[in-house]
Design a binder for this molecule. Structure first.
Ligand code: AMP
Length: 304
């Protein structure tokens, strides 16, 4: 059998963001779940992007992805304006408020996978409407490993489709508060067991700057976040984490527990770089060697 054109397909949103932190405001910068996730995955494996932009989308942003060697066959360009989102972080950077969301071309987005992507062994379905995630699952040919992400909006408005998607993936990732919202369980262990009961083999609960927890029916793996002295913008950190994880897993060619734990370390370290600057600015300057150095530094911190 011939090798698939990409090892990892990632589907998600592409946004032009305006972000305000207590010290800085950046307007019209490159964002979106698939943009962060593909950038992170690109350090490890050949990755295909599935998303939509409008005819106003800057060539400079497209060039950023091209320089990262991201495959853009699955990128649709549609007449109209690109999705726009703006948000503001409060003083402690823990809470973020959405100021505006303009769906634009994202409103009628229907993810269509190029023939070349359908055989990719690894698939990451970023945070989009669960009905669209189901549409992607109908197109792929038996991937070895499927990760899905979601958000509170879909838990609130389309839990039924979301439950179907969860039943078809190998791993589900969501934030602590989303796991509690979906299940009604306060304890993360109980919430994870509830979600595992819906079908996935792994549930990965993200706790922002406090790290993440990987649950299976048999065990739990705890991963601390890399302790940064300072950071500028946490937007997209979860997408960067998941993209890096899937990129590293695809590069390993494995899907077992040990490989997933190692891949989580890579995802977390790439995300720690990503938040040091706005948008993809830090990831653009990054290389595999710098990632490896920080991974070793992190492992030394975790040694018992
Ligand atoms: P996160 O920090 O993981 O919430 O991801 C932030 C990115 O999600 C931003 O770059 C936005 O462009 C994008 N985004 C914001 N709202 C939505 C939405 N409703 N659907 C899809 N993507 C969104």
């Amino acid at each position: 059998m011939s090798k698939p054109a990409v090892d990892l397909t990632i589907v998600g949103s592409i946004g032009i963001d305006t972000i305000e932190t207590p010290t800085e405001k950046q307007e019209e910068i490159l964002g979106g779940s698939v943009s962060y996730a593909c950038a992170a995955a690109s350090f490890f494996t050949h990755t295909g992007m599935v998303g939509v932009v409008g005819t106003d989308f800057p060539q400079e942003y497209r060039d950023t992805w091209i320089h990262m060697n991201i495959d853009l066959q699955g990128l649709q360009t549609v007449e109209g304006k690109t999705f726009r989102w703006s948000g503001v972080y409060e003083e402690n950077m823990d809470n973020r408020r959405t100021l505006s969301t303009e769906l634009n071309v994202f409103e009628t987005f229907s993810p269509e996978l190029p023939e070349d992507y359908r055989e990719a062994p690894y698939l990451f379905l970023g945070n989009i409407h669960p009905a669209l995630q189901l549409h992607v699952l109908e197109q792929v040919r038996n991937p070895r490993f499927i990760l899905i992400d979601t958000m509170d909006l879909w838990i609130n408005i389309d839990k039924e489709d979301l439950t179907k998607v969860i039943g078809k993936c190998h791993m589900l990732t969501l934030n602590e508060s989303e796991a509690q919202l979906f299940t009604g369980e306060h304890s993360l262990s109980q919430a994870a067991q509830h979600l595992l009961g819906l079908g996935p083999e792994y549930v990965l609960i993200k706790k922002g700057g406090n790290g993440s927890m990987l649950f299976t029916k048999e065990d739990i793996f705890l991963l601390h976040a890399y302790p940064l002295e300072s950071f500028k913008d946490p937007t997209g950190a979860g997408d960067t984490f998941a993209g890096g994880l899937m990129g590293a897993l695809a590069a390993s060619g494995r899907t077992d527990r040990e490989a997933i734990r190692q891949a989580m370390v890579y995802g977390s370290i790439v995300a720690s770089f990503g938040v040091e600057e706005f948008s993809l600015e830090r990831l653009k300057q990054l290389d595999r060697n710098k990632i490896e150095v920080r991974v070793e530094e992190f492992k030394a911190m975790c040694k018992l």
